[in-house]
Design a protein around this ligand. Structure first.
Ligand SMILES: Nc1ncnc2c1ncn2[C@@H]1O[C@H](COP(=O)(O)OP(=O)(O)OP(=O)(O)O)[C@@H](O)[C@H]1O
Ligand SMILES: [Mg+2]
Length: 349
């Protein structure tokens, strides 16, 4: 198995405080247990991670902003980078503030400044690092207060910011930083990691089960791993049925069957599927989003049909978001999808 297995297992006990209460006590969340410690263990976004590796090697860190969707390794990357740069001096050399800490102007003025001024012994040529996780939740006042601080102490201290939306970081800070964008992880990347974890944890799974986890996670590694753990501890086997019970999303196979009926113009059968999903309590948005994702991924649909279907689904989504999320709305969508496969001369009758 990869180095991740040994490194994660070897070093983890120090960091999290979760204890095994008793033999059947709770287990440590796998997202934490398998949080990468080395930059080389991070999955996906290889170009960005390569850049971080280069930075870690020559030690010349710019101020950086990592931005991207949740659960794809931003916080992890920053911590890996800090570990690679500072090694044993990590404790003294890093100040981490995240959204759970008070981060108003006072904190920037006092805590961050005093950390930046503090003298610590670090490996030669290395800088102290201030990690501001979830920086998009900092008020713009606090961000303004950072501007000059970043500059004044830049000979000893570097900032690493992580955020979901880089546009919530004020322009002047963006201009002081190198922005590294993280993209959603590819299905194959998530699958590879899930397989590794399954092997390490002895999880029994079917290929379809793993595919279902990937479908529901949409490129979010944290969600994929969490759902894997919930399915395994809840049902003892990772099959699509169990995964969808845990994730509580409309089952894509049902939706796929429905689309196939639409393609053949069989409105009654298609409506029956929508009714069934509605009766299970899914909201109109849940359903329409799943319909979109299923149609997008359906290879057997001819391109023209897919194009038209997606357009109709898009319109319906918009109407639902405007407030009309009723079964009638979904029924109308199905009717329009069916209509496309009915020859026009029949409709005139
Ligand atoms: N690229 C990745 N490679 C390996 N594991 C990952 C990766 N991304 C996420 N994970 C797993 O998901 C967990 C959460 O990742 P992380 O905290 O880095 O997410 P994030 O990008 O900071 O998300 P958020 O925006 O919600 O803070 C990690 O503990 C790890 O187990
Ligand atoms: Mg994070």
């Amino acid at each position: 198995m990869s180095t991740m297995a040994s490194s994660s297992k070897g070093k983890m006990p120090a960091a999290p405080t979760v204890k095994h209460a008793d033999a059947e006590g709770y287990e440590m969340p796998w997202v934490e247990k398998y949080r990468p410690i080395l930059l080389s263990d991070i999955v996906g976004n290889s170009e960005t991670v390569e850049r971080l590796k280069v930075i870690a090697e020559d030690g010349n860190v710019p101020h950086i902003i990592l931005s991207g969707m949740p659960g794809i390794g931003k916080t992890t990357s920053i911590h890996c980078l800090a570990h690679a740069l500072l090694g044993d001096a990590y404790k003294e050399g890093v100040l981490e503030l995240n959204a759970s800490d008070e981060r108003g102007i006072d904190v920037v003025r006092n805590k961050i400044k005093s950390f930046a001024q503090r003298k610590v012994t670090l490996p030669a040529g290395r800088h102290k690092i201030i990690i501001l996780d979830e920086a998009d939740s900092m008020t713009s006042g606090a961000q303004q207060a950072l501007r000059r601080t970043m500059e004044i102490y830049s000979n000893t201290t570097r900032f690493a910011l992580a955020c979901n939306m880089s546009n919530k970081i004020i322009e002047p800070i963006q201009s002081r930083c190198a922005i590294l964008r993280y993209t959603k992880l590819k299905d194959a990347e998530v699958l590879k990691r899930l397989k590794e974890i399954c092997e390490m944890e002895g999880v029994k799974s079917s290929d379809e089960g793993l595919a279902a986890l990937i479908f529901t996670a949409e490129g979010d590694m944290r969600q994929a791993i969490n759902n894997l753990q919930s399915t395994w501890s809840g049902f003892g086997f990772v099959s699509p049925e169990n995964v969808f019970k845990i994730c509580d999303q409309p089952h894509p196979l049902v939706v796929q069957t429905m689309i196939k009926h639409c393609q053949k113009g069989e409105i009654d059968q298609a409506l029956a599927r929508i009714d069934a999903l509605w009766d299970q309590g899914y909201s109109a948005v849940d359903i329409v989003v799943t319909v979109f994702r299923v149609v997008k991924g359906m290879e057997e649909l001819p391109e023209y049909t897919k194009l038209e279907f997606i357009r109709e689904i898009g319109w319906t989504h918009m109407r639902i978001l405007e407030g009309v999320g009723t079964l009638v709305q979904l029924g109308a969508m199905i009717a329009r999808l069916c209509r496309m496969s009915i020859p026009p001369e029949m409709l005139k009758l």
